[in-house]
Ligand binder design. Structure first.
Ligand code: CO
Length: 211
């Protein structure tokens, strides 16, 4: 059996197992999508949003990219955010980074990853530059990467708050809450590092009028 055939075979076994335990499961789920959470996580295969939070299909709306970045020209992410906030009416948006992130580590090197990865990683280099005083003072490179991972999550949560999508929802409906988390590959635990809500301070230059 090829690896691809194995995936499809495992899928059949999984669907059969679920149906055996709960014959109406798929029929019920097909009519319902009311997740309370939007998850913006890293594409890393070791950080599956539902598995590490013990949630079921239907509970978390998910967007993943390298190093969980929120970039205001990323139409993909903004479409997911718009849909989750304005149509699914999620109550929480979670940006979840993870220690040991390859994207973070790559951005800390001077290696030329060529177009188009350089373009993506530059956003993380910008976060490093904003906090270079603190980061340069950390002698151990792994500890420095861990701290950049936390600062990156904080920065991406702030980027969410800078969107008119979030500001409008905050003004009109006092939701969603924004959460910055970091997942530990070595212990499986999530550490909350930053959060914002409708009452949080946002630099005035980013605040929109006429929302
Ligand atoms: Co990663």
């Amino acid at each position: 059996m090829t690896p691809i055939e194995k995936l499809l075979s495992e899928n059949k076994a999984w669907a059969a197992g679920i149906t055996a335990a709960d014959p109406e499961y798929f029929e019920r789920l097909s009519h319902l999508q009311t997740p309370e959470f939007l998850w913006i996580g890293c594409s890393d295969s070791r950080v599956p949003a539902d598995r590490i939070t013990g949630t079921q299909p239907g509970e978390i709306f998910v967007h993943r990219n390298i190093a969980n970045l929120v970039i205001h020209t990323d139409v993909n992410l903004l479409s997911v955010l718009d849909f989750a906030v304005n149509h699914l009416k999620v109550r929480h948006v979670i940006v979840c980074g993870h220690y040991g992130c390859g994207g973070i580590k790559a951005a800390m090197t001077n290696h030329d990853y060529k177009y188009v990865l350089n373009m993506w990683l530059r956003n993380i280099k910008d976060v490093y530059r904003l906090h270079s005083r603190e980061l340069d003072a950390i002698p151990d490179s792994e500890a420095r990467a861990d701290r950049l991972t936390e600062l990156n999550v904080k920065e991406q949560v702030t980027h969410l708050a800078k969107t008119s999508i979030i500001q409008r929802a905050w003004k009109q409906e006092q939701r969603p809450k924004l959460h910055g988390w970091v997942y530990g590959l070595k212990d499986g635990l999530i550490k909350p590092v930053f959060n914002m809500d409708a009452n949080s301070h946002l630099d005035p230059i980013y605040q929109y009028d006429d929302l």
